[in-house]
Design a protein around this ligand. Structure first.
Ligand code: UDP
Length: 433
């Protein structure tokens, strides 16, 4: 067959944030495991560093500048400068198609210029897209014609979604969304059909085409080493982490992590620490802070770590999240509801306490708590009180475990995601030059 005469070669070009880079690496691994040649394209460190006007001080990844709205917006704008080098690479390597992240609105046109397909891979939940293209008039409002009566308030929406004032950024974002979902040649999502079939069908109806469900992509990491090395070097050795968890009873530890970007204020951290101590709960707590030279840290009660020895583990920096969630000792996940974390929680079959901080995380929270009913949205302040006991009562553990099993079956041979990926590869083979 002519389609088999040339090996399919895919360029993967994710947005430069860990929440996008990590699943795209997994996606590239999945394609490579099916015999597709996968090339990962990302910024060499100096790229944005060399543009001090764009990001003073420089950065190559949005994670380090997220505290400044202005810098974040500049970062988004700076990605436009990647167009020329990307075109050069496409010219030089002539891949069969381009998988680009959501935030590259020009990617579809660039791919078309080279006569190849552009696939969009959403690092974020595709649940989000239903909300973006909808205008919100009442308060609180229910998303019309949407399965599962989702109620939100305008307060929970970021400004750029409310479409109240048009700014350069909101205009740009609209272009991004339209380009990603409405104009890209194929839409690939990190999810599995059985998670919410009604949404997959709704998407097809509203957008007039199918979204390819090929996840959860994190499941391509099968052994402890792969799981531990995902994303970034962890602040704890995988063996040490497993050893610690190994001393705990099943479902006795909660895992608290605000994702790869978000930071809590010192006051919030102090609240968490006090709540943990009062609840007598065993925990692994990820804090994006380095240990300082001082004996005591301002955000921890005096002597906290000493008193928590054996009971709780504070990981400063990066946790091997999937390794931890998959451990039988972990019985609850306090999550900021980033899409990857949400799906990783589902996959591990762990009930969640939701603590959304921004943007699409509020939608993902609704999915977890109202639609799938595998988590509780206890509000930022009350969560500690409920973590220890209510989560076990509020969430039908059996449902979470069943979803986790479904997720695993989906990526196994013959499963829905496995088959969707195969069908997508076949389709790409028949379309690609
Ligand atoms: N992650 C991790 N260790 C950490 C923090 C995050 O492995 O200490 C991973 C997590 O497993 C997930 C990703 O980073 O795959 C975070 O993506 P998500 O969409 O949940 O949130 P974001 O960081 O984009 O807000």
């Amino acid at each position: 067959m002519a389609s088999e005469s040339r090996q399919l070669h895919i360029f993967f070009f994710p947005f430069m944030a860990r929440g996008h880079l990590i699943p795209t690496v997994d996606l590239a691994k999945l394609f490579a495991a099916r015999g597709v040649k996968a090339t990962f394209v990302t910024t060499p460190r100096p790229f944005i560093l060399q543009n001090p006007l764009v990001c003073p001080g420089g950065c190559e990844n949005i994670d380090s500048i997220v505290d400044s709205q202005e810098m974040v917006q500049n970062f988004f704008k700076a990605t436009k400068m990647l167009q020329r080098p990307l075109e050069q690479l496409l010219q030089d390597f002539q891949p069969s198609c381009l998988v680009a992240g959501t935030f590259f609105p020009r990617a579809t046109d660039i791919a078309a210029k080279f006569g190849i397909l552009r696939l969009v891979f959403h690092g974020i939940s595709f649940f989000f897209f239903f909300f973006f293209f909808f205008s919100y008039d009442s308060e609180p409002f229910v998303i019309p014609n949407f399965p599962g009566e989702i109620k939100l308030t305008r307060m929970q929406l970021p400004d750029f979604i409310k479409h109240e004032v048009e700014t350069d950024f909101s205009k740009w974002l609209k272009e991004v969304m339209e380009s990603a979902d409405l104009r890209s040649d194929r839409v690939v999502v990190n999810s599995f059909y059985e998670l919410k079939p009604a949404y997959a069908e709704h998407y097809k109806k509203v957008m007039g085409r199918k979204a390819w469900h090929i996840g959860p992509v994190s499941l391509c990491n099968k052994n402890a080493e792969d799981k531990a090395q995902r994303g970034k070097e962890a602040s704890i050795d995988e063996h040490e982490c497993l050893k610690w968890l190994g001393t705990k009873k099943p479902n006795s530890v909660i895992y608290i992590c605000p994702g790869s970007i978000a930071n809590f204020s010192d006051t919030q951290l102090m609240e968490i620490a006090m709540g943990l101590e009062a609840s007598d709960q065993q925990f692994i707590w990820v804090v994006k802070k380095r240990k300082n030279e001082k004996e005591e840290e301002d955000w921890l009660p005096k002597g906290f770590e000493k008193r928590m020895e054996g009971k709780g583990l504070i990981l400063r920096g990066w946790a091997p999240q999937v390794l931890i969630l998959d451990h039988e000792a972990v019985g609850g996940f306090v999550t900021h509801c980033g899409w990857n974390s949400t799906l990783e929680g589902v996959t591990a079959g762990v009930p969640m306490v939701t603590w959304p901080l921004s943007v699409e995380q509020f939608y993902n929270e609704k999915l977890v708590t109202r639609v799938l009913k595998i988590g509780v949205d206890v509000g930022v302040r009350q969560w500690i009180r409920v973590v220890g006991d209510s989560i076990k009562r509020a969430v039908k553990r059996i449902m979470v475990e069943a979803l986790g099993e479904m997720a695993k079956r989906a990526v196994e041979e013959g499963g829905s995601s496995y088959s969707d990926l195969n069908a997508l590869i076949e389709e790409l083979r028949s379309h690609c030059p």
